[in-house]
Design a protein around this ligand. Structure first.
Ligand SMILES: [Zn+2]
Length: 167
């Protein structure tokens, strides 16, 4: 499949969007999704103070890159920006449902999860594309992988649902 936007060679195909993306358009998509989360879910506004973890883990590196050039100030007293992504949050969610608890995430004004709809596979693909080193690897739960494979959009709907509900 070629890039659905410029017809050049696809770097990645995202089945849930039924679209192919060249490197340039995949990068654009990632940044656009991140900005949209922050804006549409009113997570941050210009000049806000934020804190986030710096590490070699792929999601921490990815989060830092997404935040680069955005109008926020780094401060230990700022809002906490968490790098947990779609697979991790979905796993937590499913585990809590199976253990009979109502899933609770600390989603509030001071704790933000702007990667809630980023699958690990896309975070990894982004870093590999940019040739950025990271350490460690995340293995998505097998049940979850099956759900994502058969119903690619299912996890997005789930994450969107709990995010909307709690906000
Ligand atoms: Zn393209």
């Amino acid at each position: 499949m070629n890039c659905s936007f410029c017809k050049s060679k696809s770097y990645i195909v995202l089945p849930y969007l039924k679209k192919g993306f060249c490197k340039r358009h995949f990068e654009k998509l990632m940044h656009k999704r991140f900005k949209k989360n922050i804006k549409n879910l009113k997570m941050l506004k210009k000049g806000d103070k934020i804190s986030y973890k710096i590490s070699k883990k792929p999601e921490d590196i990815f989060l830092k890159i997404m935040l680069e050039g955005m109008p926020y100030k780094k401060s230990n007293k700022g809002k906490k920006v968490i790098s947990e992504f779609l697979d991790i949050l979905s796993e937590k969610f499913i585990k809590e449902i199976f253990s009979g608890k109502w899933p609770k995430f600390k989603v509030n004004e001071k704790t933000l999860y702007p990667l809630f709809n980023f699958p690990y596979s896309e975070i990894e693909a982004y870093l590999k594309m940019k040739k950025i080193d990271f350490s460690g690897d995340f293995k998505t739960n097998e049940l979850l992988l099956k759900v994502m494979k058969n119903r690619p959009g299912a996890m997005f709907s789930l994450s969107k649902w709990w995010y909307d509900k709690d906000n």
